[in-house]
Design a protein. Structure first.
Length: 600
């Protein structure tokens, strides 16, 4: 049964329309029923309808639900796709681009690496993903490269790598996903006959998640939609992809671009209890750059909202894991979401869930930290302290920090300090350095794990090595977070041997088999949780400088951070637990301002 606002959206026929759909308001149901109504009530040809979503999964789900809802034998002729799939289809038909032309996955990373090498620039592989994200922002916002100020990279190096990457793509006749946008835009702008062909192809456009649209996507749709029959559904309060060029102001200016545009608000939340809807509305009302909306809950139940502080993230994770056991033992059919602002916040809760044998699914790889070169370096220090003589371990750390030891001194499969001393038997100053190194590494073995990590960092000088190695402030901060995570992990253990044994197990541990089926506990970042819902939601580390991020300096940044928190808390159907910690690595922390803004 559809409510009055949903019926208004479903029965809307021609012209431009923007439908503001809050969390749990049934927007997918509305879109599916509107497609059905266009065909069955208005005799619209199915092949003239184009439905655009932002993810492949969303497109497949919507198509599946639509086909299941109708007996029309031509239902399969409706086109469903993402922006990239729609634009790729256009380029495939109108140019020489095919699937072999597209860079993705490892081939894309390899191209960027080659661009970096060609410029003779040293850049940690861990940062290549971030580099491409910034490339994507440049392309999606049509920002001239000479005017773009990268957030985490030296601007001259960034621009050189960007140009080298673009040159390599041209040389090998390759494109990436972002190229599909401007190539389609240029194709339509420069060839009126091709544009007319696609204008004639589609008459009705349905756009899901409009708040995630960027300017070039909107420009292309405006060119294609000669009929102005654009039915856009979205929620500007859930626009959280500014880092890749999404522009929530497109929704705000839509009524100005299309005079006489109809505006419909799906104001009823069918997902969350009344108390949760009130609290989330209190929060998002602090944003100024938004449509004014008043959401109400369909449920009369208030739900439960709790705010709990902990000394540190270990205690937070321990409490949450015990609470989850209680929930799972009490309720047979319930779902639990554990949400956090950044990927690197999940290690402690993953450890706690694993130790208690709680099955879980985590979208982001658990093994991130265990594959990092810093983690491998620290493990090599520890293994050598415990008697390991493998050449590979010595090669990892013999000049971290620089002791000016020649690589030729490590020419055996198994290396000992006596071998190194023998190699430098005519250089007393080198023998002194090697003996000091030996004493330091032997010292590691008798310390508790956390003290050992600090000894490696401070006394041996690994932190100094990292400071010299990092090329940017962002890179340095990233490295320090890895070291701090290792230190936090080490505090669970009483001996360096037990710490090493556990790390060896976790190195091969892959997301608890990463088995989503059968799990009732799910771990997601705020971004990845969008579109999901859970009976119970736990928010990790609801602290200032985490959420909102300490990098959120402008009003725009702060409003996007608030929208992210809004997305996270509106995943909850019945129970919401906001957790914050009082300290991390001896740094005092404070609860997030967002908690107070919710007035819980």
């Amino acid at each position: 049964m559809l409510d009055n606002n949903q019926l208004e959206a479903v029965n809307f026929y021609k012209g431009p329309c923007i439908t503001l759909a809050g969390p749990g308001s049934g927007k997918t149901t509305v879109l599916v029923n509107r497609i059905k109504t266009l065909i069955e009530s208005h005799n619209v040809a199915p092949e003239s309808i184009l439905v655009i979503t932002f993810t492949k999964d969303a497109a497949l789900e919507m198509k599946s639900r639509f086909v299941a809802s109708t007996v029309n034998d031509r239902a399969g002729l409706v086109s469903f796709g993402t922006f990239h799939s729609v634009f790729y289809n256009i380029l495939r038909r109108e140019s020489r681009i095919d699937s072999n032309s597209i860079l993705q996955g490892q081939s894309l990373i390899s191209f960027i690496k080659e661009a970096i090498i060609s410029m003779e620039i040293k850049l940690d592989e861990q940062l290549i993903e971030g580099l491409y994200k910034e490339f994507s922002f440049v392309n999606n916002t049509l920002t001239p490269i000479d005017l773009y100020e990268p957030a985490g990279f030296d601007k001259d190096e960034f621009r050189r790598i960007y140009r080298a990457y673009q040159d390599m793509k041209r040389e090998f006749k390759k494109i990436d996903f972002d190229d599909m946008l401007y190539l389609t835009f240029n194709l339509f702008r420069d060839n009126s006959m091709i544009l007319k062909k696609w204008q004639d192809r589609f008459e009705f456009f349905l756009i899901d998640e409009m708040q995630d649209m960027n300017d070039i996507q909107f420009d292309i749709i405006k060119m294609m939609a000669r009929s102005n029959n654009i039915f856009a559904v979205g929620d500007d309060d859930q626009s959280i992809y500014g880092f890749r060029g999404a522009n929530p102001l497109i929704m705000k200016k839509f009524p100005d671009v299309y005079n006489g545009c109809t505006k419909i608000i799906l104001s009823k939340n069918y997902r969350s209890c009344a108390g949760l809807v009130r609290a989330s509305s209190n929060l998002i009302n602090h944003n100024e750059m938004r449509f004014n909306k008043n959401f109400i809950a369909n449920s009369t139940c208030d739900g439960i909202i709790r705010t709990i502080g902990f000394c540190d993230s270990n205690m937070e994770a321990e409490w949450i894991s015990k609470e989850i056991i209680s929930i799972l033992n009490t309720y047979n059919n319930t779902s639990i979401g554990i949400l956090y602002r950044n990927k690197n916040q999940n290690s402690n809760i993953i450890n706690a869930l694993s130790n208690k044998g709680i099955p879980f699914y985590v979208k982001d790889k658990v093994s991130n930290i265990y594959n990092h070169f810093i983690f491998k370096d620290i493990m090599s220090f520890i293994k050598i302290s415990l008697g390991c003589s493998a050449r590979g371990d010595f090669l990892r750390i013999y000049n971290k920090p620089n002791r000016y030891i020649n690589r030729m001194a490590l020419d055996k499969e198994n290396v000992t300090f006596e071998d190194l001393i023998s190699y430098y038997n005519d250089k007393p100053y080198m023998i002194k350095r090697i003996r000091e190194m030996k004493q330091d590494i032997e010292r590691i073995r008798i310390l508790r794990p956390a003290s050992s990590i600090l000894y490696i960092r401070k006394k041996i000088g690994y932190d100094s090595y990292i400071e010299e190695t990092a090329r940017t402030k962002k890179q340095y901060d990233s490295y320090m977070k890895v070291l701090d995570s290792i230190l936090s992990l080490s505090k669970e253990f009483n001996s360096i041997k037990s710490f090493l044994d556990e790390c060896n197990i976790r190195t091969t541990f892959q997301n608890n088999d990463n088995n989503e089926s059968g799990s009732r506990v799910y771990l997601y970042t705020f971004h990845a949780s969008k579109g999901l819902e859970f009976d119970n939601v736990f928010i990790l580390d609801a602290n200032e400088n985490i959420t909102p991020s300490k990098k959120a300096e402008s009003i725009n940044d702060l409003e996007e951070e608030r929208r992210m928190f809004y997305v996270a808390i509106t995943r909850a159907k019945t129970n919401l637990t906001l957790c914050y910690i009082n300290s991390r690595n001896n740094e005092k922390l404070y609860p997030s301002r967002f908690i107070e803004e919710m007035e819980v």
